[in-house]
Design a protein around this ligand. Structure first.
Ligand code: NAD
Length: 487
Protein backbone atom coordinates (compact mmCIF):
# COMPACT_ATOMS: atom_id res chain seq x y z
CA UNK A 1 0.00 0.00 0.00
CA UNK A 2 1.20 3.46 -0.82
CA UNK A 3 0.41 6.21 1.64
CA UNK A 4 0.77 9.54 -0.15
CA UNK A 5 -1.35 10.60 -3.13
CA UNK A 6 0.36 9.67 -6.38
CA UNK A 7 2.08 12.64 -7.99
CA UNK A 8 3.38 13.18 -11.52
CA UNK A 9 7.05 13.56 -12.38
CA UNK A 10 8.17 16.70 -14.12
CA UNK A 11 10.22 14.71 -16.58
CA UNK A 12 10.19 12.75 -19.82
CA UNK A 13 11.59 9.24 -20.34
CA UNK A 14 14.03 9.09 -23.22
CA UNK A 15 16.55 6.40 -24.06
CA UNK A 16 16.01 4.59 -20.76
CA UNK A 17 16.44 7.58 -18.42
CA UNK A 18 14.36 10.37 -16.91
CA UNK A 19 15.13 13.82 -18.19
CA UNK A 20 13.75 16.69 -16.11
CA UNK A 21 11.93 19.29 -18.14
CA UNK A 22 12.42 23.01 -17.39
CA UNK A 23 8.67 23.54 -17.67
CA UNK A 24 5.83 21.61 -16.16
CA UNK A 25 2.08 21.81 -16.27
CA UNK A 26 -0.55 21.19 -13.58
CA UNK A 27 -2.28 17.87 -13.13
CA UNK A 28 -5.44 17.99 -11.06
CA UNK A 29 -7.58 15.52 -9.20
CA UNK A 30 -11.01 15.60 -10.89
CA UNK A 31 -12.66 14.61 -7.60
CA UNK A 32 -11.59 17.85 -5.89
CA UNK A 33 -10.11 20.11 -8.52
CA UNK A 34 -6.92 20.25 -6.43
CA UNK A 35 -3.58 20.25 -8.22
CA UNK A 36 -1.65 17.08 -7.37
CA UNK A 37 1.59 18.13 -9.04
CA UNK A 38 3.25 19.14 -12.27
CA UNK A 39 4.04 16.79 -15.15
CA UNK A 40 6.89 17.28 -17.59
CA UNK A 41 6.16 19.65 -20.44
CA UNK A 42 8.25 18.13 -23.21
CA UNK A 43 9.77 20.52 -25.70
CA UNK A 44 9.75 19.74 -29.41
CA UNK A 45 13.47 18.95 -29.01
CA UNK A 46 12.54 16.36 -26.38
CA UNK A 47 10.09 14.82 -28.85
CA UNK A 48 12.77 14.70 -31.54
CA UNK A 49 15.23 13.14 -29.06
CA UNK A 50 12.65 10.54 -28.06
CA UNK A 51 12.19 9.58 -31.71
CA UNK A 52 15.97 9.45 -32.17
CA UNK A 53 16.28 7.13 -29.17
CA UNK A 54 13.53 4.87 -30.50
CA UNK A 55 15.10 4.91 -33.96
CA UNK A 56 18.52 3.98 -32.60
CA UNK A 57 17.06 1.15 -30.51
CA UNK A 58 15.17 -0.16 -33.53
CA UNK A 59 18.08 0.13 -35.96
CA UNK A 60 20.53 -1.48 -33.50
CA UNK A 61 18.26 -4.51 -33.33
CA UNK A 62 18.44 -4.63 -29.52
CA UNK A 63 14.70 -5.32 -29.53
CA UNK A 64 13.63 -5.99 -33.11
CA UNK A 65 16.60 -8.27 -33.71
CA UNK A 66 16.05 -10.63 -30.78
CA UNK A 67 13.73 -13.62 -31.03
CA UNK A 68 10.03 -13.36 -30.38
CA UNK A 69 10.53 -15.74 -27.48
CA UNK A 70 13.02 -13.38 -25.83
CA UNK A 71 10.65 -10.44 -26.30
CA UNK A 72 7.93 -12.59 -24.85
CA UNK A 73 9.93 -13.15 -21.64
CA UNK A 74 10.39 -9.40 -21.17
CA UNK A 75 6.69 -8.71 -21.76
CA UNK A 76 5.74 -11.38 -19.22
CA UNK A 77 7.98 -9.66 -16.69
CA UNK A 78 6.20 -6.38 -17.52
CA UNK A 79 2.86 -8.04 -16.74
CA UNK A 80 4.18 -9.50 -13.49
CA UNK A 81 5.56 -6.13 -12.37
CA UNK A 82 2.25 -4.41 -13.12
CA UNK A 83 0.54 -7.01 -10.94
CA UNK A 84 3.19 -6.57 -8.20
CA UNK A 85 2.59 -2.82 -8.21
CA UNK A 86 -1.16 -3.13 -8.79
CA UNK A 87 -2.18 -0.91 -5.89
CA UNK A 88 0.14 1.87 -6.97
CA UNK A 89 -1.13 1.69 -10.55
CA UNK A 90 -4.76 1.64 -9.35
CA UNK A 91 -4.32 4.65 -7.08
CA UNK A 92 -2.54 6.60 -9.79
CA UNK A 93 -5.24 5.82 -12.36
CA UNK A 94 -8.01 6.67 -9.93
CA UNK A 95 -6.59 10.07 -8.97
CA UNK A 96 -5.59 10.97 -12.51
CA UNK A 97 -8.92 10.18 -14.16
CA UNK A 98 -11.33 10.44 -11.20
CA UNK A 99 -12.11 6.77 -11.79
CA UNK A 100 -13.53 4.75 -8.88
CA UNK A 101 -10.57 3.06 -7.20
CA UNK A 102 -12.51 -0.21 -7.00
CA UNK A 103 -12.87 -0.30 -10.79
CA UNK A 104 -9.24 0.68 -11.34
CA UNK A 105 -8.26 -2.30 -9.16
CA UNK A 106 -10.76 -4.72 -10.68
CA UNK A 107 -10.60 -3.71 -14.33
CA UNK A 108 -7.90 -1.28 -15.45
CA UNK A 109 -4.84 -2.75 -13.81
CA UNK A 110 -5.53 -6.46 -14.42
CA UNK A 111 -6.57 -5.74 -18.01
CA UNK A 112 -3.30 -3.95 -18.67
CA UNK A 113 -1.35 -6.92 -17.28
CA UNK A 114 -3.53 -9.27 -19.35
CA UNK A 115 -2.66 -7.33 -22.49
CA UNK A 116 1.07 -7.85 -21.92
CA UNK A 117 0.56 -11.56 -21.13
CA UNK A 118 -1.59 -12.09 -24.20
CA UNK A 119 0.81 -10.37 -26.58
CA UNK A 120 3.80 -12.01 -24.90
CA UNK A 121 2.26 -15.25 -26.11
CA UNK A 122 1.62 -13.96 -29.63
CA UNK A 123 5.18 -12.60 -29.86
CA UNK A 124 6.22 -16.24 -30.27
CA UNK A 125 3.91 -16.72 -33.25
CA UNK A 126 4.88 -14.01 -35.68
CA UNK A 127 4.76 -16.55 -38.43
CA UNK A 128 4.93 -15.89 -42.13
CA UNK A 129 3.50 -18.28 -44.68
CA UNK A 130 4.81 -20.45 -47.48
CA UNK A 131 2.98 -19.69 -50.74
CA UNK A 132 2.55 -22.29 -53.44
CA UNK A 133 3.11 -20.82 -56.91
CA UNK A 134 3.76 -22.18 -60.42
CA UNK A 135 7.10 -20.34 -60.44
CA UNK A 136 10.37 -22.27 -60.36
CA UNK A 137 10.87 -20.65 -56.99
CA UNK A 138 10.26 -20.93 -53.27
CA UNK A 139 8.01 -18.13 -52.01
CA UNK A 140 7.35 -17.18 -48.44
CA UNK A 141 6.26 -14.18 -46.40
CA UNK A 142 7.80 -12.58 -43.36
CA UNK A 143 5.99 -10.38 -40.87
CA UNK A 144 8.21 -7.49 -39.92
CA UNK A 145 7.72 -4.62 -37.48
CA UNK A 146 7.07 -1.15 -38.90
CA UNK A 147 9.98 0.38 -36.98
CA UNK A 148 9.29 3.36 -34.72
CA UNK A 149 5.65 3.72 -33.68
CA UNK A 150 4.16 6.94 -32.31
CA UNK A 151 1.52 5.80 -29.82
CA UNK A 152 -0.96 8.53 -28.89
CA UNK A 153 -3.54 7.70 -26.24
CA UNK A 154 -6.61 9.38 -24.69
CA UNK A 155 -7.49 10.31 -21.11
CA UNK A 156 -10.35 7.95 -20.31
CA UNK A 157 -8.55 4.62 -19.93
CA UNK A 158 -4.91 5.71 -19.85
CA UNK A 159 -3.41 2.43 -18.67
CA UNK A 160 -5.57 0.02 -20.67
CA UNK A 161 -5.40 1.99 -23.90
CA UNK A 162 -1.66 2.51 -23.58
CA UNK A 163 -1.17 -1.19 -22.95
CA UNK A 164 -3.41 -2.19 -25.82
CA UNK A 165 -0.98 -0.36 -28.13
CA UNK A 166 2.33 -0.88 -26.40
CA UNK A 167 1.93 -4.62 -25.84
CA UNK A 168 1.31 -5.59 -29.50
CA UNK A 169 3.68 -2.91 -30.84
CA UNK A 170 6.54 -4.17 -28.67
CA UNK A 171 5.61 -7.83 -29.16
CA UNK A 172 6.05 -7.33 -32.90
CA UNK A 173 9.51 -5.80 -32.37
CA UNK A 174 8.69 -2.14 -32.90
CA UNK A 175 10.10 0.57 -30.68
CA UNK A 176 7.75 3.25 -29.40
CA UNK A 177 7.42 6.90 -28.51
CA UNK A 178 4.33 7.22 -26.36
CA UNK A 179 2.37 10.40 -25.79
CA UNK A 180 -0.45 9.95 -23.30
CA UNK A 181 -3.27 12.46 -22.93
CA UNK A 182 -2.09 15.64 -21.19
CA UNK A 183 -4.56 15.19 -18.31
CA UNK A 184 -3.43 11.67 -17.41
CA UNK A 185 0.33 11.01 -17.45
CA UNK A 186 0.64 9.08 -14.16
CA UNK A 187 0.33 5.43 -15.16
CA UNK A 188 2.48 5.96 -18.26
CA UNK A 189 5.22 7.22 -15.96
CA UNK A 190 4.86 4.07 -13.85
CA UNK A 191 4.97 1.96 -17.01
CA UNK A 192 8.32 3.53 -17.96
CA UNK A 193 9.77 2.28 -14.64
CA UNK A 194 8.22 -1.14 -15.12
CA UNK A 195 9.63 -1.48 -18.63
CA UNK A 196 13.11 -0.67 -17.36
CA UNK A 197 12.82 -3.10 -14.44
CA UNK A 198 11.55 -5.82 -16.78
CA UNK A 199 14.66 -5.52 -18.94
CA UNK A 200 13.23 -3.74 -21.97
CA UNK A 201 16.28 -2.30 -23.76
CA UNK A 202 16.82 1.45 -23.40
CA UNK A 203 15.11 3.35 -26.20
CA UNK A 204 12.50 0.69 -26.94
CA UNK A 205 9.96 2.70 -24.94
CA UNK A 206 10.07 6.47 -24.69
CA UNK A 207 7.54 8.75 -23.04
CA UNK A 208 6.81 12.40 -23.69
CA UNK A 209 4.10 14.38 -21.96
CA UNK A 210 2.85 17.90 -22.50
CA UNK A 211 -0.21 20.09 -22.40
CA UNK A 212 -0.89 21.02 -26.02
CA UNK A 213 -1.54 19.46 -29.43
CA UNK A 214 1.90 20.51 -30.79
CA UNK A 215 3.69 17.59 -29.20
CA UNK A 216 1.53 14.90 -30.80
CA UNK A 217 1.64 16.71 -34.11
CA UNK A 218 5.45 16.99 -34.02
CA UNK A 219 5.73 13.29 -33.21
CA UNK A 220 3.65 12.06 -36.09
CA UNK A 221 5.45 14.39 -38.51
CA UNK A 222 8.92 13.34 -37.38
CA UNK A 223 10.61 11.53 -40.29
CA UNK A 224 11.94 9.00 -37.78
CA UNK A 225 8.42 7.76 -37.03
CA UNK A 226 7.28 4.94 -39.29
CA UNK A 227 3.72 4.29 -38.08
CA UNK A 228 1.04 5.90 -35.94
CA UNK A 229 -1.29 4.28 -33.43
CA UNK A 230 -3.86 6.87 -32.42
CA UNK A 231 -6.78 6.66 -30.01
CA UNK A 232 -8.85 9.76 -29.37
CA UNK A 233 -11.72 11.83 -30.63
CA UNK A 234 -12.90 11.67 -34.22
CA UNK A 235 -12.09 15.39 -34.64
CA UNK A 236 -8.43 14.99 -33.67
CA UNK A 237 -8.30 11.63 -35.47
CA UNK A 238 -9.23 13.40 -38.69
CA UNK A 239 -6.36 15.88 -38.26
CA UNK A 240 -3.90 13.11 -37.51
CA UNK A 241 -5.18 11.07 -40.47
CA UNK A 242 -4.70 14.08 -42.78
CA UNK A 243 -1.06 14.33 -41.71
CA UNK A 244 -0.56 10.57 -41.92
CA UNK A 245 -2.05 10.61 -45.42
CA UNK A 246 0.15 13.48 -46.53
CA UNK A 247 3.23 11.70 -45.22
CA UNK A 248 1.99 8.24 -46.31
CA UNK A 249 2.49 6.74 -42.86
CA UNK A 250 0.39 3.77 -41.82
CA UNK A 251 -2.04 4.70 -39.08
CA UNK A 252 -4.44 2.83 -36.87
CA UNK A 253 -7.32 5.08 -35.77
CA UNK A 254 -9.48 4.25 -32.74
CA UNK A 255 -11.91 7.14 -32.56
CA UNK A 256 -15.12 8.28 -30.92
CA UNK A 257 -18.27 6.27 -30.43
CA UNK A 258 -21.98 6.70 -29.80
CA UNK A 259 -23.18 3.15 -29.23
CA UNK A 260 -26.81 2.07 -29.52
CA UNK A 261 -28.25 -0.44 -27.09
CA UNK A 262 -31.32 -2.21 -28.51
CA UNK A 263 -33.73 -3.49 -25.90
CA UNK A 264 -36.34 -5.89 -27.28
CA UNK A 265 -39.54 -6.68 -25.42
CA UNK A 266 -38.53 -10.36 -25.24
CA UNK A 267 -35.42 -9.58 -23.12
CA UNK A 268 -35.08 -10.46 -19.45
CA UNK A 269 -35.97 -6.93 -18.30
CA UNK A 270 -34.40 -7.13 -14.84
CA UNK A 271 -31.03 -8.17 -16.26
CA UNK A 272 -31.34 -5.78 -19.20
CA UNK A 273 -31.94 -2.70 -17.04
CA UNK A 274 -28.73 -3.35 -15.11
CA UNK A 275 -26.88 -3.66 -18.40
CA UNK A 276 -28.46 -0.49 -19.77
CA UNK A 277 -27.43 1.55 -16.73
CA UNK A 278 -23.93 0.11 -16.61
CA UNK A 279 -23.47 0.82 -20.32
CA UNK A 280 -23.99 4.56 -19.89
CA UNK A 281 -22.60 5.28 -16.39
CA UNK A 282 -19.44 3.13 -16.52
CA UNK A 283 -16.39 5.42 -16.31
CA UNK A 284 -18.89 8.29 -15.90
CA UNK A 285 -19.88 7.77 -19.51
CA UNK A 286 -16.35 8.59 -20.65
CA UNK A 287 -16.14 5.32 -22.51
CA UNK A 288 -15.76 5.22 -26.28
CA UNK A 289 -17.64 1.94 -26.26
CA UNK A 290 -20.44 3.20 -24.00
CA UNK A 291 -24.11 2.69 -24.79
CA UNK A 292 -25.52 6.22 -24.51
CA UNK A 293 -28.39 5.58 -26.97
CA UNK A 294 -31.08 3.25 -25.70
CA UNK A 295 -33.61 2.02 -28.25
CA UNK A 296 -36.60 0.29 -26.64
CA UNK A 297 -39.28 -1.81 -28.33
CA UNK A 298 -42.58 0.07 -27.97
CA UNK A 299 -44.51 -2.40 -25.75
CA UNK A 300 -41.98 -1.98 -22.92
CA UNK A 301 -40.96 1.64 -23.60
CA UNK A 302 -42.97 3.28 -20.80
CA UNK A 303 -42.11 0.50 -18.36
CA UNK A 304 -38.39 0.90 -19.07
CA UNK A 305 -38.53 4.69 -18.69
CA UNK A 306 -40.35 4.23 -15.37
CA UNK A 307 -37.73 1.83 -14.06
CA UNK A 308 -34.88 4.10 -15.20
CA UNK A 309 -36.53 7.12 -13.56
CA UNK A 310 -36.55 5.27 -10.24
CA UNK A 311 -33.18 3.53 -10.49
CA UNK A 312 -30.67 5.89 -12.06
CA UNK A 313 -30.55 8.42 -9.22
CA UNK A 314 -29.68 5.61 -6.83
CA UNK A 315 -26.42 4.66 -8.53
CA UNK A 316 -23.72 5.62 -5.99
CA UNK A 317 -21.95 8.79 -7.09
CA UNK A 318 -19.12 10.40 -5.18
CA UNK A 319 -15.53 10.17 -4.05
CA UNK A 320 -13.68 7.70 -6.33
CA UNK A 321 -11.70 6.53 -3.30
CA UNK A 322 -14.85 5.21 -1.57
CA UNK A 323 -15.35 1.48 -2.04
CA UNK A 324 -19.00 1.76 -3.07
CA UNK A 325 -18.65 4.55 -5.64
CA UNK A 326 -19.82 3.68 -9.14
CA UNK A 327 -19.89 7.15 -10.72
CA UNK A 328 -16.93 9.45 -10.20
CA UNK A 329 -16.38 12.96 -11.57
CA UNK A 330 -15.81 13.89 -15.19
CA UNK A 331 -12.24 14.55 -16.26
CA UNK A 332 -12.44 18.35 -16.11
CA UNK A 333 -14.66 21.34 -15.40
CA UNK A 334 -14.69 22.01 -19.15
CA UNK A 335 -15.97 18.51 -19.89
CA UNK A 336 -18.66 18.82 -17.19
CA UNK A 337 -19.77 22.17 -18.67
CA UNK A 338 -19.83 20.66 -22.16
CA UNK A 339 -22.00 17.76 -20.99
CA UNK A 340 -24.34 20.16 -19.22
CA UNK A 341 -24.53 22.31 -22.36
CA UNK A 342 -25.58 19.31 -24.49
CA UNK A 343 -28.23 18.35 -21.92
CA UNK A 344 -29.62 21.88 -21.64
CA UNK A 345 -29.73 22.22 -25.45
CA UNK A 346 -31.57 18.88 -25.64
CA UNK A 347 -34.13 20.11 -23.12
CA UNK A 348 -34.56 23.35 -25.07
CA UNK A 349 -35.14 21.21 -28.19
CA UNK A 350 -38.03 19.37 -26.51
CA UNK A 351 -36.21 16.60 -24.65
CA UNK A 352 -37.78 15.36 -21.44
CA UNK A 353 -35.52 14.84 -18.42
CA UNK A 354 -36.43 11.46 -16.94
CA UNK A 355 -33.56 11.51 -14.44
CA UNK A 356 -30.66 13.81 -13.52
CA UNK A 357 -29.99 16.70 -15.86
CA UNK A 358 -27.81 18.73 -13.52
CA UNK A 359 -24.35 19.26 -12.08
CA UNK A 360 -23.63 17.94 -8.62
CA UNK A 361 -21.67 20.19 -6.26
CA UNK A 362 -19.45 17.91 -4.22
CA UNK A 363 -15.96 18.51 -2.80
CA UNK A 364 -15.05 20.88 -5.66
CA UNK A 365 -15.09 17.93 -8.09
CA UNK A 366 -16.43 17.81 -11.66
CA UNK A 367 -19.55 15.76 -10.98
CA UNK A 368 -22.63 15.39 -13.16
CA UNK A 369 -25.79 13.52 -12.26
CA UNK A 370 -26.54 10.43 -14.35
CA UNK A 371 -29.10 11.70 -16.82
CA UNK A 372 -31.84 10.09 -18.88
CA UNK A 373 -33.46 12.05 -21.73
CA UNK A 374 -36.57 10.94 -23.64
CA UNK A 375 -38.71 12.29 -26.50
CA UNK A 376 -35.79 13.54 -28.59
CA UNK A 377 -35.91 13.36 -32.37
CA UNK A 378 -33.24 11.26 -34.06
CA UNK A 379 -31.50 14.30 -35.48
CA UNK A 380 -31.04 15.99 -32.06
CA UNK A 381 -27.39 16.71 -31.27
CA UNK A 382 -27.67 14.71 -28.03
CA UNK A 383 -28.59 11.66 -30.12
CA UNK A 384 -26.17 12.20 -32.98
CA UNK A 385 -23.02 13.37 -31.22
CA UNK A 386 -20.73 11.66 -28.75
CA UNK A 387 -21.51 13.30 -25.37
CA UNK A 388 -18.84 11.52 -23.29
CA UNK A 389 -20.69 11.92 -20.01
CA UNK A 390 -23.26 9.94 -17.98
CA UNK A 391 -26.15 10.75 -20.31
CA UNK A 392 -28.62 8.32 -21.89
CA UNK A 393 -31.09 9.18 -24.64
CA UNK A 394 -34.07 6.83 -25.00
CA UNK A 395 -36.11 6.31 -28.17
CA UNK A 396 -38.87 3.80 -28.97
CA UNK A 397 -39.00 1.50 -32.02
CA UNK A 398 -41.73 -0.67 -33.53
CA UNK A 399 -39.84 -3.21 -35.63
CA UNK A 400 -36.46 -4.86 -35.99
CA UNK A 401 -35.87 -2.91 -39.20
CA UNK A 402 -36.57 0.38 -37.46
CA UNK A 403 -34.32 -0.56 -34.53
CA UNK A 404 -31.45 -1.34 -36.89
CA UNK A 405 -32.01 1.87 -38.87
CA UNK A 406 -31.96 3.98 -35.68
CA UNK A 407 -28.92 2.14 -34.33
CA UNK A 408 -27.02 2.67 -37.59
CA UNK A 409 -28.23 6.25 -37.93
CA UNK A 410 -25.19 8.17 -36.69
CA UNK A 411 -21.75 8.74 -38.20
CA UNK A 412 -20.17 6.49 -35.57
CA UNK A 413 -19.84 2.71 -35.52
CA UNK A 414 -17.81 1.47 -32.57
CA UNK A 415 -19.88 -0.62 -30.14
CA UNK A 416 -23.51 -1.70 -30.13
CA UNK A 417 -25.58 -4.03 -28.01
CA UNK A 418 -28.83 -5.89 -28.09
CA UNK A 419 -30.80 -7.32 -25.24
CA UNK A 420 -33.10 -10.10 -26.37
CA UNK A 421 -34.32 -13.55 -25.38
CA UNK A 422 -34.41 -14.72 -29.00
CA UNK A 423 -31.16 -16.32 -30.14
CA UNK A 424 -32.03 -16.11 -33.83
CA UNK A 425 -32.76 -12.41 -33.49
CA UNK A 426 -29.42 -11.98 -31.68
CA UNK A 427 -27.45 -13.33 -34.65
CA UNK A 428 -29.66 -11.64 -37.24
CA UNK A 429 -29.46 -8.18 -35.69
CA UNK A 430 -25.78 -8.47 -34.69
CA UNK A 431 -24.95 -9.04 -38.36
CA UNK A 432 -26.88 -5.91 -39.40
CA UNK A 433 -25.41 -3.49 -36.86
CA UNK A 434 -22.81 -1.13 -38.26
CA UNK A 435 -20.29 -1.47 -35.43
CA UNK A 436 -16.90 -2.99 -34.76
CA UNK A 437 -18.11 -4.85 -31.68
CA UNK A 438 -21.57 -6.09 -30.68
CA UNK A 439 -22.60 -7.36 -27.26
CA UNK A 440 -25.65 -9.56 -26.78
CA UNK A 441 -27.31 -9.64 -23.37
CA UNK A 442 -24.47 -7.73 -21.82
CA UNK A 443 -22.24 -4.71 -22.36
CA UNK A 444 -18.53 -4.00 -22.23
CA UNK A 445 -17.36 -7.61 -22.29
CA UNK A 446 -13.79 -7.05 -23.41
CA UNK A 447 -10.70 -9.23 -23.46
CA UNK A 448 -7.24 -8.91 -25.00
CA UNK A 449 -8.11 -11.87 -27.25
CA UNK A 450 -11.18 -10.15 -28.74
CA UNK A 451 -10.54 -7.40 -31.28
CA UNK A 452 -12.25 -4.03 -30.97
CA UNK A 453 -12.33 -1.00 -33.22
CA UNK A 454 -14.73 0.98 -35.31
CA UNK A 455 -16.20 1.80 -38.67
CA UNK A 456 -17.09 5.22 -40.09
CA UNK A 457 -16.31 8.12 -37.75
CA UNK A 458 -15.14 5.60 -35.14
CA UNK A 459 -12.02 4.86 -37.18
CA UNK A 460 -10.58 1.72 -38.69
CA UNK A 461 -7.98 0.24 -36.36
CA UNK A 462 -8.39 -3.01 -34.45
CA UNK A 463 -6.85 -3.37 -31.02
CA UNK A 464 -6.62 -6.62 -29.05
CA UNK A 465 -6.60 -10.04 -30.65
CA UNK A 466 -4.18 -11.25 -33.33
CA UNK A 467 -5.55 -8.39 -35.48
CA UNK A 468 -3.65 -5.90 -33.30
CA UNK A 469 -0.39 -7.72 -33.86
CA UNK A 470 -1.07 -7.70 -37.59
CA UNK A 471 -1.55 -3.94 -37.57
CA UNK A 472 1.86 -3.46 -35.95
CA UNK A 473 3.61 -5.52 -38.65
CA UNK A 474 3.95 -5.39 -42.41
CA UNK A 475 4.35 -8.29 -44.77
CA UNK A 476 7.44 -8.89 -46.84
CA UNK A 477 7.44 -11.52 -49.57
CA UNK A 478 10.65 -13.38 -50.37
CA UNK A 479 10.80 -15.42 -53.55
CA UNK A 480 13.89 -17.51 -54.20
CA UNK A 481 14.51 -18.73 -57.72
CA UNK A 482 15.38 -22.40 -57.75
CA UNK A 483 17.71 -24.05 -60.22
CA UNK A 484 16.36 -27.13 -61.92
CA UNK A 485 12.94 -28.57 -61.24
CA UNK A 486 12.73 -28.35 -57.46
CA UNK A 487 8.97 -28.18 -57.27
P1 NAD B 1 -8.47 13.79 -27.88
O1 NAD B 1 -8.76 13.50 -29.30
O2 NAD B 1 -8.71 15.13 -27.35
O3 NAD B 1 -6.93 13.44 -27.57
C1 NAD B 1 -6.39 12.17 -27.83
C2 NAD B 1 -4.89 12.28 -27.89
O4 NAD B 1 -4.51 13.03 -29.04
C3 NAD B 1 -4.28 13.00 -26.70
O5 NAD B 1 -3.08 12.36 -26.33
C4 NAD B 1 -4.03 14.38 -27.26
O6 NAD B 1 -3.04 15.10 -26.58
C5 NAD B 1 -3.60 14.04 -28.66
N1 NAD B 1 -3.68 15.12 -29.64
C6 NAD B 1 -4.46 16.23 -29.58
N2 NAD B 1 -4.27 16.97 -30.69
C7 NAD B 1 -3.36 16.33 -31.45
C8 NAD B 1 -2.77 16.58 -32.73
N3 NAD B 1 -3.08 17.68 -33.44
N4 NAD B 1 -1.89 15.69 -33.21
C9 NAD B 1 -1.59 14.57 -32.53
N5 NAD B 1 -2.10 14.28 -31.31
C10 NAD B 1 -2.99 15.15 -30.78
O7 NAD B 1 -9.28 12.67 -27.04
P2 NAD B 1 -9.49 12.56 -25.48
O8 NAD B 1 -10.38 13.66 -25.05
O9 NAD B 1 -8.19 12.34 -24.77
O10 NAD B 1 -10.26 11.15 -25.41
C11 NAD B 1 -11.62 11.03 -25.61
C12 NAD B 1 -11.92 10.61 -27.03
O11 NAD B 1 -11.23 9.40 -27.35
C13 NAD B 1 -13.39 10.27 -27.21
O12 NAD B 1 -13.83 10.76 -28.44
C14 NAD B 1 -13.40 8.76 -27.19
O13 NAD B 1 -14.50 8.17 -27.83
C15 NAD B 1 -12.13 8.45 -27.88
N6 NAD B 1 -11.70 7.10 -27.52
C16 NAD B 1 -11.75 6.11 -28.47
C17 NAD B 1 -11.41 4.81 -28.15
C18 NAD B 1 -11.45 3.70 -29.16
O14 NAD B 1 -10.91 2.64 -28.89
N7 NAD B 1 -12.06 3.88 -30.31
C19 NAD B 1 -10.98 4.53 -26.84
C20 NAD B 1 -10.95 5.55 -25.90
C21 NAD B 1 -11.30 6.84 -26.25
Amino acid sequence: MTTALPTPRRAVWIGGAWRDTPDGYDIDDPATGAVIGRAGAATLDDAADAVRAARAAFDDGVWSGISGRERSRVLLRVAALIRDRAEQFAEAESVDVGKPLTFARMIDVPTAADQFEYFASLAQHLDGAVRETPLPAFAYTRREPHGVVAAISPFNFPLILSSSKLAPALAAGNTVVHKPAPQTPLTAQLLAEVFADAGLPAGAYNLVTGPGPDLGDALIRDPGVDAIAFTGSSAVGRQVARTAGELLKPMAAELGGNGANLLFADADLDAAIGTVINAFVFNTGQFCMAGPRLLVERPVYDTVLGILAGAVGGVPLGDPADEGTVIGPLISAAQRDRVDGVVQDAVAAGGRVVAGGKRIDLDGGYYYAPTVLADLPSDAAAVQEEIFGPVLTVQPFDSEDEAVALANGTAYGLAAGLQTGDISRAHRVAARLRAGIVWVNGWGLLDPAVPFGGVGASGWGRESGPEALTSFTRTKSVTIALAGDAR
